[in-house]
Design a protein around this ligand. Structure first.
Ligand code: TPP
Ligand code: MG
Length: 655
């Protein structure tokens, strides 16, 4: 028998419903509804090679509707990726399988980005599409010439972040971004008209997108719509009218297929309705062969590309950037040596700008930006001219007031490869970025968050703008490195560490206010161990003061006062608690002192969690309420973060 596209799509449907049934959990409806669209995409449009999943010029495919993970697992298996195997699919959602509940970029090579939190895959894809255009502008069509395809559901389009992503993509004219909308009119609660009456195509058109519709179960119509999308110079939304759970005799078209196994009876009925007589997990030879032939098509395209790469004048630099390797240029050491000669009294946001100036001059892979706070975040440098629709070679993105969209786009750039993204806003608005920062951390993405105005030190803007819980709450996030440098030299050291870190994100918390220089020795990067002794006790050591950022100079002043009273005090600067936690027991114990020593923390944010270092018997100075609107000096006095407020409490405690 000849294998039809219908047969091929039904193989996806069967794998999806059977795997969900075997796991007794998962989402069959979306893969069954989008199987026809996906079959056309993987047949005639997507550029991919299962033998070389990480080939640099492949198209990027993002399953933004991550709950439909069985769609991508089926496609990867059927087209011939080494993983997932059929056994992996049989073990869907089990610990042993890379077929996790939602697709994870670190579990399967064919998964470009972790998805599941609705809307974020789409917004991440915008960053991938930016990365493609930028690298194309730098390296040319021979090396970089691919598209970004997204499958998104009603939920992805309904999320707030979608507004940011669509606005940014339209503004930047990302014509190689094509979004396949699974327009099935169903979400978990039922029909979409329960909660929305938005004219989605009108919204996209108004944002500079091209919109085309198709019957998502008519192969020719799908093909026509995808061709039109490819040809249009604007980003495209392809509204695919589909039936969720297509083929399930009593449940298709209803929310019942969204997120639960269909059940044995319904599955039997689906087999009849689809004419799929094969047992669970059996893909007939001829259908599998047809899928594998499709998957094999990309090898020649990839070989052509490799031919163009070898001998290309920029091959070495292109490969270096795509691998994420840093040049060994010593630029940071030169910059630090300059600082050491005459240590400046800068706000750390200013110190960050100056460090970035040195870094962006030698690292062309760095693309910066800010969510409309460029002059406050100090994120722009002379090397980073704007990246615009008319000039993608630029390296600075005006993200507009789109913090979440910015953070997700940064993930997309980092995951695409070839770019190290950094982006800024006020630290307090990490709340707006947080969902994407969490995905940076889960995905081991090298995204660098430049978060300024890091405490009540920002002054008069008041409690809405003053971070309290933010620094600690970011420290709670696994795999996020949070840096809070204390002066210009520490800032440069922290930047060097953030850039060097290839397997996860970093956040720099930086001050608005000027800070006195504390260091002049730059022979080793003292921030590398996360915390170090800035000042050793002169009298007999009774106290260790641990502080971060702007409070390190305060701790130095407190220590001076204690010494004057005959009490020896070390000052430990702790720019990165995560790095400190990774040090040996010996190092940590030696630095923080034994049980006889009073440990004191000073940080202008919540004291919650500082017991970790001070112990219950230590003292913790911080702010456990919201801030207030006033000039900076009044605020530090009001919240008791002054030498005169702190020193007597320490003296009283040690008796
Ligand atoms: C940010 C976020 N909120 C909520 C959920 C839980 N959730 C998963 S799927 C879904 C409904 C999505 O509807 P749609 O995108 O139309 O998917 P379909 O039911 O059509 O498969 C919800 C609310 C989620 N994964 N992410
Ligand atoms: Mg839906």
């Amino acid at each position: 028998m000849t294998v039809t596209e219908q047969n091929m799509a039904n193989a996806i449907r069967a794998l999806a419903m059977d795997a969900v049934q075997a796991a007794n959990s998962g989402h069959p409806g979306m893969p069954m509804g989008m199987a026809d669209v996906a079959t056309v995409l993987f047949s005639d449009f997507l550029k991919y090679d299962p033998q070389a999943p990480k080939w640099a010029d492949r198209d990027r495919f993002v399953l933004s509707a991550g709950h439909g993970s069985m769609l991508i697992y089926s496609l990867l298996h059927l087209t011939g990726y080494a993983r997932p195997t059929l056994q992996d699919i049989k073990d869907f959602r089990q610990l042993s399988s890379p077929c996790a509940g939602h697709p994870e970029n670190f579990k399967l090579e064919g998964v470009e980005t972790t998805t599941g939190p609705l809307g974020q895959g789409f917004a991440t894809a915008v960053g991938m599409a930016v990365a493609e255009r930028h690298l194309n502008a730098v390296f040319g069509d021979d090396l970089v010439d691919h598209k970004t395809w997204v499958v998104a559901g009603d939920g992805c389009l309904m999320e707030g972040i979608n507004h940011e992503a669509v606005g940014l993509a339209g503004h930047l004219g990302l014509g190689r971004l094509n979004v396949l909308w699974d327009n099935n009119g169903i979400t978990i609660d039922g029909k979409t008209d329960l909660s929305t009456s938005e004219d989605i195509p009108a919204r996209y058109r108004a944002s500079g997108w091209h919109v085309v519709s198709c019957d998502g179960h008519d192969f020719d119509d799908i093909r026509k719509a995808l061709s039109e999308a490819e040809a249009d110079p604007r980003p495209s939304l392809i509204a695919c009218k589909t039936i969720i759970g297509f083929g399930a005799p009593t449940k298709q078209g209803t929310a019942a297929t969204h997120g639960a196994p269909l059940g044995d009876e319904e599955i039997a009925g689906t087999r009849v309705a689809l004419g799929w007589e094969h047992k669970p997990f059996i893909i007939p030879e001829d259908i599998l062969t047809s899928w594998r032939q499709l998957g094999a098509k990309g090898a020649a395209v990839r070989a052509d590309w490799e031919g163009r790469l070898s001998g290309h004048a920029q091959a070495g630099e292109f490969q270096r950037r795509m691998a994420g390797d840093l040049p060994d240029d010593g630029a940071m050491q030169d910059y630090l040596a300059g600082l050491a000669k005459d240590p400046p009294k800068w706000a750390t946001r200013k110190a960050s700008e100056m460090a970035l100036g040195a870094i962006t001059a030698v690292l062309p892979e760095m693309i910066g930006g800010s969510a409309d706070l460029t002059g406050s975040n100090n994120t722009k440098t002379p090397s980073t001219k704007p990246l615009t629709k008319d000039d993608y070679s630029g390296r600075y993105i005006y993200y507009g007031i789109r913090e979440f969209g910015m953070a997700a786009a940064m993930n997309g750039m980092a995951l695409h490869g070839g770019i190290i993204p950094y982006g800024g806003t006020f630290l307090v608005f990490t709340d707006y970025c947080r969902g994407a920062m969490r995905l940076s951390a889960i995905q081991n993405a090298r995204a660098i968050y430049v978060m300024t105005h890091d405490s009540i030190g920002l002054g008069e803007d008041g409690p809405t703008h003053q971070p309290i819980e933010h620094i600690q709450s970011l420290r709670l996030m696994p795999n996020m490195h949070v840096y809070r440098p204390a002066d210009a030299i520490e800032t440069a050291e922290c930047w060097a560490l953030a850039i060097k870190r290839s397997d996860g994100p970093s956040t720099l918390a930086l001050t608005r206010q000027g800070l006195p220089p504390l260091r002049s020795d730059v022979s080793t990067n003292l921030c590398e161990k996360g915390a170090y002794r800035l000042k050793a006790a002169e009298s007999e050591k009774r106290v260790v003061l641990v502080a971060t950022g702007s409070e390190v100079s305060l701790a130095m002043d407190v220590a001076a006062k204690l010494e004057a009273a005959g009490v020896g005090a070390d000052v430990v600067s702790m720019p990165c608690a995560e790095l400190f936690d990774g040090q040996s027991d010996d190092y940590r114990n030696e630095l923080l002192g034994g049980d006889a020593i009073l440990r004191v923390s000073i940080e202008a944010g919540t004291t919650f969690g500082w017991e970790r270092y001070t112990g219950l018997n230590g003292l913790r100075f911080g702010i456990d309420s919201f801030g207030a609107s006033a000039p900076i000096d009044d605020l530090f006095a009001h919240f008791g973060l002054t030498v005169d407020a702190i020193t007597p409490q320490i003296l009283k405690k040690i008796g």
